[in-house]
Design a protein around this ligand. Structure first.
Ligand code: AKG
Length: 266
């Protein structure tokens, strides 16, 4: 494996729960991905562009979204997978890919949350590669993360919000957490961050005149099992997720936990 992420960056990931590696995707690649986002939005007129779930599945998926092969290519690109392997270890299973595209002026907020709270993965381990398809700044609602919040390796207390304009209805509501410690992760188009499953993160609404699009690709180690019987299948998180038929791809190493790698593949 070519070392794409430095030892220092791996240390930062372990210590802070996220890192922005010094490598990035090319401008041509970003142009292709931009065209793919536009196709996605055109193919899914009834889905909010912040909720384009499982877009790496190149058909109408079981979560009501028509995907595009461009995102599968991205999710399996060595530049990303090498980086994930460096921080997560040698057994890499691809299990999710969501486009969070916040349109200019009415881009929705993502409340501060932990993903592990509504993901049926046991042991609860995963790494998200979040790739900026636009320049993402404070102004247009960049990702925000609470450094070190992954360290306790546990889920904090969450509440369920009925507020309008949220991508997700769950939010951290725990007196032991200081959300004012959140850091804005500003990225140029083509840069990406990696964050741990226990990180508290979210993003503000986009009220600016500039689009803010990113794609979050999810990988778990082959030592974790996706629980397909989970009661979390459904819309309890605010939008449809279907763990029963979510396809998994073993990209590196071994499927040590015995995940079903056939289900959901057509
Ligand atoms: O794109 C965003 O603003 C939020 C992303 C997110 O919540 C995630 O990657 O889990």
């Amino acid at each position: 494996m070519i070392q794409s992420v430095t030892e220092k960056e791996v240390e930062t990931y372990n210590e802070r729960g996220y890192v922005v590696p010094g490598i990035q995707l090319s401008a041509d690649r970003i142009q292709e991905l931009d065209a793919a986002v536009q196709r996605l939005i055109a193919k899914n007129p009834d889905v909010r562009p912040e909720r384009l779930v499982s877009v790496h599945i190149d058909r109408m998926n079981d979560e009501g979204v028509r995907g595009d092969a461009t995102f599968f290519e991205l999710a399996t690109d060595p530049i990303i997978v090498d980086a994930v392997e460096a921080v997560m270890g040698p057994d890499v299973v691809l299990w999710g890919c969501q486009v969070f595209c916040k349109p200019p002026s009415d881009g929705m907020e993502v409340p501060m949350h932990q993903d592990g709270h509504y993901w049926p993965i046991d042991p609860l381990e995963s790494c998200t590669a979040w790739i900026a398809l636009d320049d993402c700044t404070v102004e247009n609602g960049c990702l925000r993360l609470v450094p070190g919040s992954h360290k306790a390796r546990r889920s904090f207390q969450h509440g369920v919000s009925k507020r309008e304009g949220l991508v997700l209805n769950q939010y951290v509501d725990d007196p032991t957490v200081d959300l004012s410690m959140a850091e804005d992760v500003e990225l140029r188009a083509g840069q990406f961050s990696l964050h741990d499953i226990h990180m508290i993160h979210g993003s503000n609404a986009n009220r600016s005149g500039k689009r803010r699009a990113g794609v979050a690709i999810r990988y778990m180690p082959g030592t974790s099992l996706m629980n397909r019987e989970s009661s979390l299948t459904g819309s309890s998180s605010g939008y449809m997720v279907n763990w029963r038929t979510r396809p998994l791809w073993l990209l590196r190493g071994e499927n040590r936990a015995g995940n079903d790698l056939e289900v959901g593949h057509q």
